[in-house]
Structure formats: C-alpha cells, structure tokens
Design a protein around this ligand. Structure first.
Ligand code: SAM
Length: 392
C-alpha cells in the first residue's frame, strides 16, 4: 500500500449536506455517530469537527481503510473508535462498545478511491492487475474465483442483474470457453475478451467494455446488496428516537432498496379505509431529503467520482411500533431478492444473522429473472466508470 495520507486519497461526496443533515442529532454531549463506511475518514472528520461533543464509531471491512483513517482521526483521541466489521453488524458493534444506541448513522456505499487506486486490489480495469476485488481480504471468494467456477448461467445472471450488461449471455459463454485453456488470474485477459465479445457498435455507445462486468463482479464478490438489505433495518433500529440515518448510493439497485426501506417506516401501514389510524400503523420515520439529493455540477467537475451519488436521509421520530421492524426488514430483503436472485440472498424470508455478505458460490440459477425494471435511471455502472475515469 502506498503511504499517501487518507485525506489525499478520497474526496468525500456531498460532504456539507451530509454534515448538515446529521449534525442536529449530534449536539448533546456523548452523542454517538456511527460511520458504517469509514473509508478514508472524510465524512467522519467533518462530523467530528462540526459536532465537538459527539463521538464517532468508524466501521469498515477493509483493514487498509481502517489503518489510514485511524491515522487521520487519531487527533480526535477518545472521540473516535475504529472497528473492523461489516456495517450490517452495527448493533453488535455498538453493544460491544457498551453503547445502547446511536444518534446518527452514515452509509456511504461503494468502493473508495483507495480500493480503486491500489492496483493489487483488482478493482480497476484500466491496468492489468490480479482479479481480486475483495473489500475485506478475508472474504472467501475473489473475482477470479467467480470467473473460474461459476456456471455460464450463474455468470449471465450476475452480469445482467448487477451490471445491466446487454451481452451477458455472450460474455458468459466466452468466459467459460476461455477458461478451458487456463484459469483467469489478472484483468487484462478478461478485458481483452470483453473487447472481442462486445460488438464494436455497442462499445462506441456505452463506454468502456469492461465497466459493467467489473461492477457486477465487485457486487457479487462483496455481497453488496445482501449486506445493505441486512444493514438498513439494523441501522434504523440502532438509532434512538430523534436519531438520523443518511445513505449515499451510487447505483439504482442500492438506491431503490434505500427508498423502499425508508418509505416502509415513513408511511402509514394502516389498511386503506380504516376510520382511525391506530398507533402501531403510524409512521415512525420522517424523510429529511424528499426524494434524493445529488451533487452540484461544480462538485462533479471537481470530483467526477461523485457523479452518480444519490443521498437519502431520515429521522426516526418514534420508537418502532410492534411488528414494523420485521416489515421493514422484509421490504429490504424483497428488494434485494429482486436484484440478487439466488447468489447471496435466500429466496424466502429474512436470512439468519451473518448469512449475507459472505460471497456465496453459485448454486445454480433461480428459475425466475425478475429484473428491477430495465436500465438504471442514472446510467448503468455510471459510478464504476466515473471512478475508473478518475484514475486517469
Ligand atoms: C465510498 S467509501 C467511504 C468513504 C468515506 N465516506 C470517506 O469520506 O472517506 C466506502 C467504504 O465502505 C467500506 N465498505 C463497503 N461495504 C462495507 C460493509 N458491508 N461493511 C463495512 N464497510 C464496508 C469500503 O471498504 C470502503 O472503505
């Protein structure tokens, strides 16, 4: 790992707005801010500066990120606690620190510039590097393992769902044929294959031929949608009433899930036609963002990697009525299953704790292909490409 300090390696997205949304919940002495995606610590540092009486718990699954952000935030001494964990473990992390609740939680999803800029992490397609893509090096499966072991049908499924790749079937068959002459190890061979397989006309229109496949592999390796589905309800439940949760998404699969989950708590669950709304049906979340908020053109010009960011935030206005937490968790999993289809998310019910996010190997294709509605509203793989462009 190169030794550039954390603050030089990643520009935090929508920084002022995130601070503005979360700071009101962090005014009291000892208020707890949980940064579920600590990364290079940019958002965490801004929150700690803006909220001098709050403390921050910084979670990341990437040990390199924790080390660099830990150095950056050491100036805050006992106001900052780094924790190596997944963000869906927020409740056990808090309990382990003896904290009963958080007052604010941030999830800034996706890869950090650190992960993209370190060639040996294997996230970048513009250099020939090992096909790894694990955010946590302890995960059992790399991108190369997927390419070398998944059946063609499984490969097609993830390329279609996570990459919105029109040529998913063709690419998958080519991968299976290619690996007969030796396993995939580094990215150049995959990129060459994609250049051969994707027709020139399509390449001219839709950017770098590898962008959608790389995004799909990354999401599969890291179990990203399953992890988010598990995390969102737990982040909300971890917040005390008055607490706030903000999520920065970078593609529509993530943003749709955030939207569904927030809406499940921010709208009445009363069946239509009831004369009186019983307390258990009342909304217990309040949207702070009215839809999504996006970076300005000036921010994108300065930081192209912000291009596809969408911010949503809610305030928890009351304790969760009985049964509503389960409904909210089911909303998250329903959305995840639409985007996942059998690779990291069980087909029925909310999975056991710890089940998601493990990078589960292919167990064959689910019967249905229940794609979430065609093309990404703000451009398939747009973040992936903006991030990769940012390398040049
Ligand atoms: C976009 S970066 C966050 C950048 C950060 N907000 C900053 O200002 O520097 C996302 C980070 O989340 C981490 N991450 C992704 N999925 C995670 C998960 N399920 N649990 C914990 N950390 C995760 C990644 O390792 C990465 O460091």
């Amino acid at each position: 790992m190169t030794q550039r300090p954390a603050q030089d390696r990643h520009t935090p997205v929508l920084l002022a707005r995130v601070v503005e949304l979360l700071a009101p919940a962090l005014a009291e002495p000892g208020a707890v801010y949980v940064d579920g995606t600590l990364g290079m610590g940019g958002h965490a540092e801004a929150i700690l500066r803006a909220c001098p009486r709050a403390r921050a718990v910084g979670i990341d699954r990437d040990p390199q990120a924790l080390e660099l952000a830990g150095r950056r935030l050491a100036i805050f001494a006992d106001r900052f606690t780094p924790v190596a964990a997944r963000y869906d473990e927020i409740d056990t992390v808090l309990a382990g620190l003896g904290l009963s609740a958080a007052q604010a939680v941030l999830l800034d999803l996706g890869v950090s510039s650190l992960q993209l800029d370190e060639d040996d992490r294997g996230f970048a397609y513009r250099v020939d590097a090992p096909l790894d893509m694990r955010m946590d090096p302890a995960l059992p499966m790399t991108a190369a393992d997927i390419l070398n072991t998944y059946e063609a049908a499984g490969l097609t499924d993830i390329l279609r769902r996570y990459g919105e790749e029109r040529f998913a079937g063709k690419i998958s068959r080519a991968i299976v044929a290619e690996r007969a002459s030796g396993p995939f190890t580094t990215s150049a061979r995959l990129v060459d294959l994609l250049r051969r397989v994707i027709p020139a006309a399509a390449r001219a229109k839709s950017g770098h031929p590898a962008k959608r496949t790389f995004q799909a592999l990354r999401i599969e390796v890291n179990g990203e949608l399953a992890g988010l589905a598990a995390a969102l309800p737990r982040a909300i439940e971890a917040c005390a009433p008055g607490g706030r949760v903000a999520v920065l998404s970078y593609h529509s699969l993530e943003d749709r899930m955030v939207k569904k989950v927030f809406a499940a708590g921010a709208t009445s669950s009363a069946p239509p036609g009831l004369p009186v709304e019983l307390p258990e049906h009342r909304p217990y979340l309040r949207s702070l963002t009215r839809g999504t908020q996006t970076p300005t053109e000036a921010e994108v010009a300065h930081n192209p990697r912000a291009a596809s960011a969408r911010l949503r935030a809610i305030e928890r206005t009351a304790a969760t009525p009985p049964g509503r937490a389960a409904a909210l968790a089911e909303a998250a999993w329903a959305q995840a299953r639409r985007g996942v289809g059998g690779h990291g998310v069980p087909d029925r019910g909310v999975p056991d704790r710890g089940a998601p996010n493990r990078g589960i190997p292919d167990r064959g294709m689910p019967g249905r292909v229940d794609w979430v509605g065609g093309m990404d509203r703000y451009g398939a793989s747009s973040t992936n490409e903006a991030f990769q462009e940012g390398r040049r």
